[in-house]
Design a protein. Structure first.
Ligand SMILES: [Zn+2]
Length: 472
C-alpha cells in the first residue's frame, strides 16, 4: 500500500537558538540536597560506562533500524530488554504504525558529455524508476528559490540538479536552509515538469559520501525519483554543466514502498515520590536510517537520556517527579512515534511538566536554551548556574526543543534544550559513516551530565515550568 506521508517532516534535529539573548533573572535557591545530588550526578556521569555501552549495544547488536524493517523491530525488542535489565520501571511498548520504504539499488551516472558513474543515494521515500531507468538532460539551479523562478519550458522533461551547498556551523544552523531542497525538491521540480531531481548532498563532508534523509511528495503533483550525490560528485556535475555542453544524466533505482508495519515507542520510568504523577520526559529516537548503524543519529541520544535517567534512579532518594524515558519510533521518516505518543497519552499531557530531547549526536553541550513560562525563568537561572561549570552558555527562552517532542511543545508543554556542538555532526548524519568509532566517550558523558542535571532539578523543584500557549 502506498501511503502519502504526513507533511511535517523530521527535517530538524537541531537547536534553533536565539542570537539576541535576554539575560536570566536572579535564580531561585535550590535545596542543599538538590545541589549536592547534582554535583554527585555530574561527577558520576563523567565516569559512567552505560551511555557508551548503550550506543555500542544498539549499533553492534541491532545495527540499522529504519522504520518498518526487521532491524526496527529488533531495536524495539533490544530497548525493552535493556531498559528492564537497567532496572527501569513500567517498561512498555506503545504500538505505532509506521511506513515501510525500501531503498533497493541505485545507479546514477552522467551519460554525456563526459560519462562518469557518481556516488549517490536515493532520498528516503523516493519512488524508483522504470526497469531501464530514466535518462534526461540536466538543468542546474542554485537552490529552490531559483528553481521556482524557472519557466516550465526550461524544466519540462529534464532532470533538475539543485546545487546548493550546506554551511558548517557549530549550532547546526546550516541544516535548516540546506534541507529544504531535500524535502521539497521533488515536488517543486515536478510542478515544472521535471522527470527527476538530483540534489547536492545535505552534508558538510567533502568525502565521496552521499547523505539520505526524508523527502516528500504531494498528492496533486506527479511523483518523480529524488536522489542525492556526494559533494565531490556535485562539484563534478557542476563543472560538466559549466562546460557549456548539454549534460545528460541517467538514474536507475529500485526504491519502493511496502505495506505499513507496526513499530513501537519504548518507554521506561524512574518513578517519583511525592509528585509521581507528574512527568519529566526525556526523549530520543530508536529508529535510524538504513545506510549505517545510526551511532550519532540517534543511538547517542538513546544512550544519553537512558544513562541520565538511570543515574538519577541510582540516587539514594527517588526524585519527586517521575522521570520518563521515551524512545520514539520512526522519527526519521514521518515522526510516527511523536504523533502517536500525544494521542496515546492525551489524558495525561497536562501532567507532563517538561520535556527534553537528545537528537543531535554526541558533541559536547555548549549552550542551554529553554521554552518555559517567562515567570518561571528564575528556575531556569538556577539550572544554568549548575550547568555553567560544564562550560555551558545561556542561549535564551526560545528553544525549539526537538522533532519528537515537537507535538508536546506545540500543545504548550515547556521544553529544555541542551545545545550540542554540531560542528562535525553533518559529516556523518544520515550517511554510511554514522558508526560507533565517531563517538567520543568523554563528550558523550558530558551530555549525560547535562541531561541528568536538568532532569533531576526539574524533578525536584516545588514549582513547575508553567504552560505555554498552544501553537496549533
Ligand atoms: Zn535524529
Amino acid at each position: 500500500m502506498k501511503k502519502l506521508l504526513p507533511l511535517l517532516f523530521s527535517a530538524l534535529c537541531l537547536p534553533a537558538l536565539a542570537n539576541d539573548v535576554e539575560p536570566l533573572p536572579p535564580p531561585v535557591e535550590l535545596d542543599k540536597l538538590v545541589r549536592d545530588n547534582v554535583a554527585a550526578l555530574q561527577e558520576r556521569a563523567m565516569k559512567d560506562p552505560r551511555a557508551y555501552e548503550i550506543v555500542a549495544g544498539l549499533t553492534t547488536e541491532v545495527g540499522p533500524r529504519l522504520a518498518g524493517t526487521a532491524g526496527d523491530r529488533a531495536g524495539v525488542a533490544w530497548a525493552m530488554a535493556r531498559l528492564r535489565e537497567l532496572g527501569f520501571k513500567n517498561v512498555r511498548a506503545e504500538s505505532v504504525e509506521v511506513p515501510h520504504w525500501e531503498r533497493g539499488t541505485l545507479e546514477a551516472e552522467i551519460v554525456a558529455p563526459f560519462p562518469q558513474q557518481l556516488v549517490a543515494v536515493s532520498l528516503g521515500g523516493s519512488i524508483g524508476t522504470p526497469e531501464e531507468g530514466i535518462t534526461a538532460p540536466v538543468v542546474m539551479v542554485e537552490n529552490l528559490e531559483a528553481l521556482s523562478a524557472m519557466k516550465p519550458a526550461d524544466v519540462r522533461g529534464r532532470i533538475v540538479f539543485i546545487n546548493e551547498r550546506m554551511r558548517r556551523e557549530r549550532d547546526g544552523s546550516g541544516y535548516g536552509p540546506a534541507v529544504a531542497k531535500r524535502s521539497r525538491g521533488a515536488v517543486e521540480a515536478a510542478r515544472l515538469g521535471a522527470v527527476g531531481v538530483v540534489i547536492r548532498t545535505v552534508g558538510t563532508s567533502n568525502n565521496r559520501i552521499a547523505h539520505t534523509g526524508g523527502m516528500r511528495y504531494q498528492d496533486d503533483v506527479r511523483r518523480i525519483p529524488a536522489i542525492a550525490i556526494s559533494n565531490p560528485d556535485a562539484d563534478l556535475l557542476e563543472r560538466q554543466v559549466a562546460s557549456g555542453r548539454d549534460v545528460s544524466f541517467r538514474i536507475r533505482s529500485t526504491a519502493r514502498y511496502l505495506p505499513n508495519e507496526m513499530s513501537a515507542n519504548v518507554i521506561g520510568e524512574i518513578p517519583g515520590r511525592g509528585k509521581k504523577d507528574e512527568i519529566v520526559l526525556l526523549a530520543a529516537h530508536l529508529d535510524s536510517w538504513d545506510l549505517a548503524t545510526g551511532a550519532h543519529d540517534d543511538a547517542a541520544g538513546v544512550g544519553i537520556v537512558t544513562a541520565a535517567a538511570r543515574l538519577i534512579g541510582d540516587l539514594r532518594r527517588a526524585p519527586e517527579r517521575t522521570i520518563r524515558v521515551v524512545l520514539y519510533a520512526n522519527e526519521e521518516f514521518g515522526l510516527s512515534g511523536a504523533r502517536q505518543y500525544v494521542k496515546e497519552n492525551a489524558d495525561t499531557l497536562d501532567r507532563h511538566v517538561i520535556a527534553m530531547e537528545a537528537d543531535f549526536g554526541a558533541g559536547r553541550v555548549w549552550q542551554f536554551a529553554s521554552r518555559v513560562a517567562p515567570e518561571r525563568l528564575p528556575l531556569i537561572a538556577a539550572m544554568q548556574e549548575m550547568l555553567a561549570p560544564l562550560g555551558i552558555e545561556w542561549a535564551g527562552n526560545a528553544a525549539y526543543g526537538g522533532a519528537d517532542i515537537g507535538p508536546l511543545r506545540d500543545l504548550g508543554v515547556p521544553v529544555l534544550q541542551p545545545g550540542q556542538d554540531g560542528t562535525y555532526y553533518f559529516d556523518v548524519h544520515h550517511n554510511v559513516n554514522d558508526t560507533l568509532d565517531k563517538i567520543d566517550r568523554d563528550d558523550l558523558n558530558q551530555n549525560v551530565a547535562v541531561y541528568a542535571t536538568l532532569a533531576y532539578i526539574a524533578a525536584m523543584v516545588d514549582e513547575d515550568f508553567g504552560r505555554l500557549p498552544a501553537s496549533r
